[in-house]
Design a protein around this ligand. Sequence first.
Ligand code: ADP
Length: 327
Amino acid sequence: MSFLEVRDLKKKYPDFTLDLSFSIEEGEFLCLIGPSGSGKSTVLNILTGIENADEGKIILDGVDITDKPIQARDIGLVFQDYALFSNMNVEKNIQYGMNKKKKSGKEIKEMTALLLSYVGLDGYEKRRVSSLSGGEAQRVALARSLASEPKVLLLDEPLSALDGPLRKRLRSVIRNIHDKTGITIIYVTHDREEAFAISDRIIVMKDGSVVACSDAETLYTHPQSEFVASFTGDGTLLPSSLFFEGDERSIFFRPESVLISEESIKSELKPSYLVINNTEIVSIEYTGSHYLICTSFKGHLILASTLVRPRKKIISLMINKESVTRL
Ligand code: ADP
């Protein structure tokens, strides 16, 4: 049995039905991604007990917590909007949920200092919450959620109120906390790059169901469906019959899997590649790290990424067969 098992969970709203199962191992960092409205927050709300499921079971560390009240679930939650107590200083906020009965005053102080050091705010104990920046407030919220020593920590879009560079810094703080404490984490985000950067495993949700579940690399390089392919990044979907006669499926590949050449390529000399000669460049976008090139071939658009801007308008493409997914 896994550390956390979510079995046949069902929740019906007038215009939406959640119906899913998944499990997590102890110490795993799992991301839930999916478009807005796919049911990510509903899953978290049911796990914490804010919402009740219509059917299904939640088993945590061998204990059925499906009907337990929020406080008795051993599950911590961090929201996007911090939800700190503005009338208390940082130290009081962190100690709020701490199980103080079993700890001496010295242990409480030491644990507060340790949690503050995890989130990179050493010495912030006496600071007023109102004096904190957005990034600092979210760090305090993280420290407070860890103070109750939950078995699982749920994070619901915790960084979406923060801007680019700060988001990146804080996501690595969260990953470091995970690695230091070994806590089991479920992290909800609509940002696939964030999920790729920090997770051990990713669940993709659509319309209340799980449509994919794997590590980031498998998800990206060999997506299980057209939806997962397009949700996880740029790519090209072509009829397989363009290359394999009679095959009614599609092939999918990422721009990085395409090599370009300004000369024609003899396909018999490149057996491990799909070769496309004489495609016309439709557009070139410079992204800062590479060029994203869009070419046209028999009425289809193909994306390729290159480090050097092509000089010719008509180019040839080679796609590594191993990086092609049949869908
Ligand atoms: P996500 O977090 O992926 O954006 P949500 O879990 O917030 O998705 O919402 C999933 C769907 O459930 C949405 O269509 C939303 O309108 C609906 N929903 C969520 N909560 C309620 C509710 N309390 N009553 C009715 N519909 C709800």
